[in-house]
Write a protein that binds this ligand. Structure first.
Ligand SMILES: Cc1cc2nc3c(=O)[nH]c(=O)nc-3n(C[C@H](O)[C@H](O)[C@H](O)COP(=O)(O)O)c2cc1C
Length: 358
């Protein structure tokens, strides 16, 4: 599978998730079998580019090619500038965010709200493509199926985007109005795939190898993108890759391996965020790794009291050592729990924080 000049290792993609898919997590997903991973969204607001948050998001030290950066905004000229700014900082692919349900930029709704204003959406696409063309940087677009049940315009936007030079489309099978409620539907993604020649990526509710296979088959999409089900389970990509290749399931990872992965993840995380922020923002990742394991609730409560890296890493190591006494391998997670939790607390908090800052 190719995006412009880049040939990807496979067609299993890690979704952009603000507050989650930072560089350490993207690198981990790619090591564990994702062929491609898109950054968290970077705002098109210039006044925020010097904030610690945006400069961390624009830091791609040691990241493997292709480096894909997602930009969010509501103004064509600002989005073009944001594309150029990120290309200067190492972006090799620019992704336009028309998929996020709740993001205010300059007091206007960005993300999937842009789907309601097709002329503005097209202006943004054209401006970003023009800014990227001199650098030979492909532009991709992530969107939803439409604005609401009665305004599903993904096919119209897909055709316009292809004509304007967009080189890949990702479609989350929900409308903006749905937020994360209900189930993703894949018929609209199939309609988008049938309407364009550029690669189409199917996204939404993929939480098992079987579901990945089913969604690829029913949409005809070129790739699948996985978000919430990779939180705390970045090895889902190699599980899907193995299933696609052999039709059989990989055994769950060894507890000892997950302990090592998580400790390495934490070290990369602290290196990017520093101790104060790092310990606090690592709590949600740790919470996802231990979710549905015995004693997880009590462990999470204790974790929330810890304020330094050394104690946090030691507590994680002890937790997995204690688990390894009872079982060699990680217990199987119930697939529905992989999507359910993100709909609630974590997602809402993250989105609220993002909106306040914008
Ligand atoms: C915490 C969180 C943050 C997200 N942030 C972004 C974002 O920055 N840009 C974007 O296009 N989509 C964002 N999304 C949407 C995901 O990329 C994806 O489309 C959605 O979660 C559906 O896929 P899933 O069912 O595999 O999770 C976010 C989702 C979550 C849960």
């Amino acid at each position: 599978m190719n995006i412009g000049p880049f040939t990807l290792a496979n067609n299993l993609f890690a979704a952009p998730m603000a507050g989650v898919t930072d560089r350490p997590f993207r690198q981990l997903c790619r090591t564990l079998g994702a062929g491609y991973a898109v950054s968290e969204m970077v705002t098109s607001r210039k006044d925020l580019w010097n904030t610690l948050k945006t400069s961390r998001r624009a830091n791609h030290d040691g990241e493997a090619a292709p480096i894909a950066v997602q930009i969010a905004g509501t103004d064509a000229a600002m989005m073009a500038e944001a594309a150029a700014y990120n290309i200067d900082r190492g972006a090799q692919i620019i992704d336009i965010n028309m998929g996020c349900p709740a993001k205010k930029v300059c007091n206007k709704w960005a993300g999937s709200a842009l789907m309601q204003d097709e002329p503005l959406a097209l202006q943004i696409i054209e401006a970003v493509v023009s800014a990227c063309a001199p650098h030979n940087v492909p532009v991709t677009l992530k969107m939803r199926t439409g604005w609401s049940q009665s305004h599903k315009n993904a096919v119209t936007i897909a055709r316009a985007a292809e004509n304007a030079g967009v080189q890949m489309l990702t479609v989350h099978g929900r409308t903006r109005e749905q937020g994360y409620k209900g189930h993703a539907e894949y018929a609209t993604i199939a309609a988008v795939k049938a309407a364009v020649r550029i690669p189409v990526v199917a996204n939404g509710d993929i939480n098992t190898p079987e579901k990945a296979r089913e969604v690829l088959a029913c949409t005809g999409a070129d790739a699948v993108m996985i978000g919430r089900a990779a939180q705390g389970r970045p090895w889902i990509f190699r599980e899907i890759a193995h299933f696609m290749a052999t039709g059989t399931h990989l055994a769950p990872p060894l507890v000892a391996e997950v302990k090592r992965l998580l400790l390495d993840h934490l070290q990369d995380h602290y290196a990017l965020y520093g101790e104060f922020s790092g310990v606090r923002t690592a709590r949600k990742h740790i919470g996802w790794y231990v979710k549905s394991l015995p004693q997880a609730e009590a462990f999470r409560d204790r974790m929330n009291q810890m304020e330094d890296c050394g104690h946090q890493m030691q507590a994680v190591a002890d937790f997995f050592d204690a688990l390894a006494v009872h079982t060699d391998r990680m217990p199987l997670a119930r697939p529905d729990t992989l999507l359910a939790e993100a709909e609630g607390r974590e997602r809402t908090e993250e989105m609220e924080k993002e909106e306040k800052e914008a």
